[in-house]
Design a protein around this ligand. Structure first.
Ligand SMILES: [Ca+2]
Ligand SMILES: [Ca+2]
Ligand SMILES: [Ca+2]
Length: 243
């Protein structure tokens, strides 16, 4: 009897270990990408491009309509690569997309990219996730000299929009370590409107909204997903409101 119970608890334990190992496996795919992005943000902050023109949160919010416009232009690019028009880009469609961008990635890199952007785990890249995908490609995979790839991604405005979004992140990342801590966020939000300090709970909920894996830090990727939804772009954005 005792042995049986022992066996059961062992089995439960091994299931638990297996589940943990599995989830670590998929988390690694994010971690690799997030580490690269973190490094990139530190790099940009140190370079001349890191000069942030935003002076306050208000000046950022004023740019939201412009961000929205710039990002919505990508819709036609998305539709082009969503060959079967089912509203998501699957692995095969992604591979074709990368080929057209003339990016020759290893299978593992494609998987990392796919999983890092498929944040809702639907095994497909919806429109909001596609924006993140293009931004990650723009930041990590396209040499700055390759204007050809960038033009294939959409309009020249797109580059400007992505650059501006990076600036917003750098504005919030006060200590320049390539990620956002709760402390830094609150500081940034308070500094920006000193006579109208945001109540702690608002700042906290705004922060939690971004930190979707609840580990206390907001990565560039998490920030990007939050920003896209703040400017008003949804996963299943209607096609016919393009005009
Ligand atoms: Ca599709
Ligand atoms: Ca998805
Ligand atoms: Ca996080």
């Amino acid at each position: 009897m005792g042995t049986y119970r022992h066996f059961l608890s062992l089995k439960a334990l091994s299931n638990k270990v297996r589940d943990t190992v599995c989830s670590c496996g998929s988390q690694n795919k994010y971690k690799r990408m997030d580490a690269k992005l973190e490094k990139k943000m530190v790099e940009v902050k140190k370079s001349a491009r890191g000069n942030v023109s935003f002076k306050s949160i208000d000046s950022i919010i004023l740019r939201f309509p412009q961000f929205r416009k710039g990002l919505k232009n990508i819709k036609s690019v998305f539709q082009h690569y969503d060959e079967d028009s089912n509203g998501t880009i699957d692995r095969e469609e992604l591979k074709k997309c990368l080929e057209e961008f003339q990016l020759h990635l290893k299978e593992e890199e494609i998987e990392d990219l796919f999983h890092s952007c498929d944040i809702d785990g639907s095994e497909g890249i919806q429109f909001n996730e596609f924006i993140v995908l293009l931004c990650l490609i723009y930041l990590l995979m396209v040499p700055s000299s390759s204007s050809e790839t960038i033009s294939k991604m959409g309009s020249p405005e797109l580059k400007a929009t992505f650059d501006a979004i990076v600036e917003v992140f750098l504005f919030l990342d006060k200590n320049g370590d390539g990620k956002l801590k709760k402390k830094d966020m609150i500081k940034a939000l308070n500094e920006s409107s000193p006579w109208e300090k945001s109540p702690a709970h608002i700042t906290r909920s705004r922060f939690n909204e971004m930190d979707w894996d609840r580990n206390g830090t907001v990565t560039f990727r998490e920030f990007l997903f939050a920003l896209i939804s703040w400017v008003g772009i949804e996963a299943d954005e209607e096609t016919n409101d393009m005009e």
